[in-house]
Design a protein around this ligand. Structure first.
Ligand code: PRX
Length: 656
């Protein structure tokens, strides 16, 4: 008996009929192909979906495991695959991007236009000395120019590293230093929610913080047109260097393993790690998952609401939909401006057919719709939708049902896609024309992905029993290494515990006893997921203790939150007496702002509690599991016999 029997939603017959993968038999046939001939399965997809300059002869090279190579002797260019080949096939006039600005202005770029602009930016970069293998930081908001800048890097073989526009100068500096980038592409400002927020001045600040000597040029896109400081010789307006360039640029043909991009993400220890992705394997999976999970067709209007600063924006804006020649929306703003009906209005206006967003957004829009009828999705014509997606965190069944009923009109399948920055693309997800859906479950592995659940020794656990999520075989779009730190790559993802054989996702999971469906139970390390943004507790702790004049010690944990999934809760010991009342509020504000400056506003703790000390074992180790209970407001039921100072728990519990 499955725990899910009563809540299964089957894909509608009309969807199945036209689906790229139609029915469970088709899904099982693909899985079987991969089981019988693993390399052959992936080679078939890579040859079918990508245009190679030089074909590959070896699919997988595992001789240096866990450093795997895919299609390594093949050469290609990602930007050629995303742009030129569509233009060559007569799709030059097809709309590639429909851009909607924060204020509602709409502009469009056809494939021919996006290719021309990409070439101009590529030529400008070459003119300024950027060569194959150089790193380029992109710190920009959602824009056609941002996507073109990523494509331009790919075109000349430069490795981009996009930094989300919400990160602080300090975070940007860390990434500049770690990548050793030569160039930054940014904008004067970004405009979000009716507000003009600085980008260029944050770049300027980052470059004064030291460690950024590698930067030779800063290219600035004009967004607001407001005055910004420009340093002669270093800073250049994008229009001035790119607009006069030729609109053609021969692609740099790179090996399949050439690093397409680095994207920084949080781990359980230390500073964020630069996840390195390849060109061939990554692009193949971006295209394949867009085809199978999103069922993308030539007439679709696809909309992924993620920012290009996160992996979701890389794979499902800048690469996947473009590799397939699709039409997509790029949105500059936020879901709640000018009101919480913005997403629904945009779906209606642009006749969006495939919509992909995060549970946090859905939950906050449910709240808004329940409060104000005018922003309820029922008030909009959403009949163009045929498929919905969810990503970034577990979606609770109630939010799933609301999304299904009110946004999808009970006719659109929902793909709850589990994946990570490191996996490059979807790993466990329904295929919309095949997999019966269960709210709250990401269902079954994508064909070819050998996901499994094991115990601490690496032994498979039976269905119905919770365990550790692993992937048993390498796959083409997997992380290649951590930039500059191969040892950390090996330790983090191929730990000794499993004899270095399995990829460790860092999540716990359970499979349903009967259906074998996966449900992700959350991170098993010290990584938090706040509004779908991944953050390490250690990073936030380091940011707090870097406020040296105030903070002696800090511990950060997550607590469940109805809207953001998890909320950041910090326990802080000050260098002065424990503050209370108004003083506590004031110091909490100073500390929140400090974390905002060190990392970015997304890392500001929701709760800050002050204690005379933290709960520690006699050997001085902070007992975080107790702090997690205190943060949740739970009674402590755990064994506290090893705790040195039990009275501290009452103080921390009372104090908020
Ligand atoms: O904990 C899982 C959660 O997000 C983590 C990956 O975060 P990041 O690298 O920032 O990538 C997010 C976008 C792909 C995972 O380890 N996660 C992601 N998708 C889901 C999810 N948890 C549950 N269900 C999902 N669909």
């Amino acid at each position: 008996m499955s725990q899910f029997d009563h809540i299964i939603h089957h894909p509608p017959a009309s969807f199945v009929e036209q689906a790229n993968v139609a029915g469970m038999d088709a899904y099982h046939a693909l899985c079987k192909h991969a089981e019988d001939d693993y390399a052959g399965f992936w080679a078939t997809q890579a040859n079918r979906l990508l245009s190679w300059k030089k074909p590959f002869s070896q699919t997988l090279n595992d001789s240096r495991a866990p450093f795997f190579s895919w299609f390594e002797d093949g050469t290609l260019n990602a930007s050629y695959n995303c742009l030129d080949r569509h233009v060559e096939q007569g799709l030059g006039d097809k709309t590639a991007i429909i851009f909607e600005a924060d204020g509602g202005e709409v502009s469009r770029a056809t494939y021919a236009q996006l290719l021309s602009r990409t070439c101009q930016i590529a030529n400008a970069m070459k003119h300024l000395g950027i060569q194959k293998g150089d790193r380029v930081i992109i710190y920009i908001s959602m824009s056609i120019e941002g996507v073109a800048a990523m494509q331009a890097c790919a075109r000349i073989g430069a490795t981009h590293s996009v930094v989300f526009g919400g990160f602080s100068a300090q975070s940007l500096r860390d990434r500049i230093e770690d990548t050793g980038a030569k160039m930054i592409i940014t904008a004067d400002h970004q405009v979000r929610g009716g507000k003009q927020l600085p980008l260029k001045s944050i770049v300027d600040e980052a470059l004064t913080l030291g460690g950024c000597d590698s930067i030779e040029h800063v290219l600035v896109v004009k967004r607001s047109g407001a005055e910004v400081a420009m340093q002669a010789g270093r800073d250049l307006w994008m229009t001035e260097v790119a607009d006069g360039q030729a609109t053609t640029c021969e692609p740099e043909w790179v090996g399949a393993e050439h690093p397409l991009f680095l994207l920084y993400t949080s781990g359980s220890t230390g500073k964020p790690k630069g996840v390195q992705h390849s060109t061939g394997g990554y692009l193949m999976h971006a295209a394949l998952t867009t085809e199978w999970t999103f069922d993308l067709k030539p007439h679709d209007v696809f909309w992924c609401t993620a920012d290009i600063g996160w992996v979701t924006g890389h794979t499902y804006i800048s690469y996947g939909p473009l590799a397939l020649g699709g039409t997509q929306i790029v949105f500059e703003g936020v879901p709640t401006f000018p009101d919480a009906g913005r997403f629904w209005k945009m779906i209606q206006d642009h006749k969006v057919s495939i919509f992909y967003t995060a549970p946090t957004a859905i939950r906050s829009l449910i709240k808004a719709a329940e409060g104000t009828a005018a922003v309820h999705p029922d008030r909009y014509d959403l009949s163009s939708l045929r498929l919905l997606g969810s990503v970034g965190e577990p979606i609770n069944p109630a939010a799933w049902e609301w999304y299904y009923q009110h946004v999808g009109g009970a006719r659109c399948p929902i793909v709850d896609t589990f994946w990570q920055t490191e996996t490059g693309g979807h790993m466990i997800t329904p295929l919309p024309g095949a997999t019966p859906m269960v709210p709250g479950s990401c269902t079954l592995p994508f064909p070819g992905i050998q996901a499994a659940i094991v115990d601490e020794t690496g032994k498979d656990v039976p269905n119905g029993q919770a365990g550790i999520l692993v992937v048993k075989k390498p796959w083409p779009s997997m992380i290649r290494t951590i930039w500059g730190d191969p040892e950390r790559y090996q330790k983090s993802y191929y730990p000794e515990d499993f004899q270095g054989k399995y990829y460790l996702a860092g999540d716990g999971a359970i499979r349903d006893a009967q259906t074998g469906y996966f449900t992700i139970t959350g991170r098993i390390d010290d990584v938090l997921n706040v509004s779908g943004h991944r953050m390490g507790t250690m990073e936030i702790e380091s940011a707090l203790v870097s406020c040296t004049e105030l903070v002696a010690e800090a511990a950060v944990v997550g607590r469940p939150d109805d809207t953001t999934g998890e909320a950041i809760c910090a326990f802080v010991v000050l260098k002065r007496a424990r503050p209370t009342g108004e003083e506590a509020k004031q110091i909490a504000k100073i500390l929140r702002d400090h974390v905002g400056k060190e990392i970015g506003p997304i890392a500001k703790p929701r709760d800050i509690r002050f204690g005379d000390n933290l709960p520690k074992t006699r050997s001085g180790k902070i007992m975080r599991r107790l702090l997690r209970s205190v943060a949740k407001g739970e009674a402590i039921t755990q064994d506290i016999s090893t705790l040195e100072n039990p009275a501290i728990l009452d103080q921390l519990a009372d104090n908020h």
